[in-house]
Design a protein around this ligand. Structure first.
Ligand SMILES: [Zn+2]
Length: 286
């Protein structure tokens, strides 16, 4: 799932590459695009967007927001697990199944929405609060002060990884970066928030900031303008189950629960119960 670092880079690349450009044509995959696209304007998705000019591309939580120039609508994209964009010359190799294509001219170029599992959603709306879960999001993870972080985390008493990925707490962190943040903070992912000391909460706050800021820079370097890529080769623990922890050398643990994998190091992230978030652990664990 693209998270804050990837989406931040995608928004900045698209800002440079598509702002001010006219959408000459919108094509929707004949079968399947209707699952991806949600027109909340009632005026038709392709009909509304054809002829419009991209005005801005920004990120909010795990959404990308496209606004048109001098038009009232916003296109809010929630890529979920598998959705992504690709910029390509017409006829260029597709990075996956394409559901929506925005055709631009001079130079001829396509902005494609690709999704191998059709989980992502593209909403066209004049009121983003009509987009499911949009209004429930807490502040941006990188916008809160330490004091605000302490205050906001207090009502969340469950396992700390579950708190970090909860968009109601803070927006932008998902499964992968939560693992990286907890490793950086040396905190076991299944420890209850209520067991964390004042110092540990502070450690977590700084680890979150450092991880997100540094990862955004790394994604930027690896991705370039290839926004369909998901560069994660710099991860310390996520998807590295069985490999040696880069800090202490212990084999990295992998616990699967609720179809989500959690990776952490029992050597330098001690404590916690051996179970998944809200359910019994399945799959391998060390
Ligand atoms: Zn370790």
């Amino acid at each position: 799932m693209p998270e804050l670092p990837e989406l931040e880079v995608v928004a900045s690349v698209l800002t440079r590459r598509v702002i001010g450009r006219r959408i000459e044509r919108v094509s929707l995959a004949p079968k399947g695009a209707s699952i991806v696209v949600r027109d909340l304007t009632g005026r038709g998705f392709a009909e509304t967007l054809t002829g419009a000019v991209f005005g801005s591309v920004t990120r909010r939580g795990k959404f990308l927001l496209f606004a048109g120039q001098d038009v009232p609508w916003t296109m809010a994209v929630n890529p979920k697990l598998t959705g992504r964009f690709q910029l390509s010359a017409p006829g260029g190799k597709k990075a996956g199944p394409v559901w929506v294509t925005f055709h631009m001219r001079e130079p001829s170029e396509e902005l494609r929405f690709i999704d191998s599992k059709r989980m992502g959603q593209i909403y066209l709306t004049e009121d983003v609060s009509a987009v499911p879960t949009f209004d429930e999001m807490g502040p941006e993870a990188l916008d809160v002060s330490l004091d605000e972080f302490r205050l906001r985390i207090r009502p969340f008493r469950g396992e700390i990884k579950g708190v970090l990925v909860n968009a109601r707490f803070l927006a932008g962190v998902g499964n992968a970066y939560a693992d990286e943040i907890l490793w950086a903070a040396r905190l076991h992912p299944y420890r209850k928030r209520s067991t964390l000391s004042t110092d540990e909460i502070e450690q977590l706050y700084h680890a979150m900031r450092t991880t997100l800021v540094e990862s955004t820079e790394k994604v930027h370097q690896v991705m370039g303008d290839d926004i369909h890529l998901k560069p994660r080769n710099f991860f310390a623990v996520h998807m590295r189950g069985g490999e040696a922890c880069p800090r202490c050398g212990t084999a990295i643990s992998a616990v699967t629960a609720n179809q989500r994998i959690t990776n952490f190091c029992r050597g330098c992230q001690p404590g916690g119960l051996i179970r998944g978030m809200g359910g019994e652990a399945k799959g391998s664990r060390r």
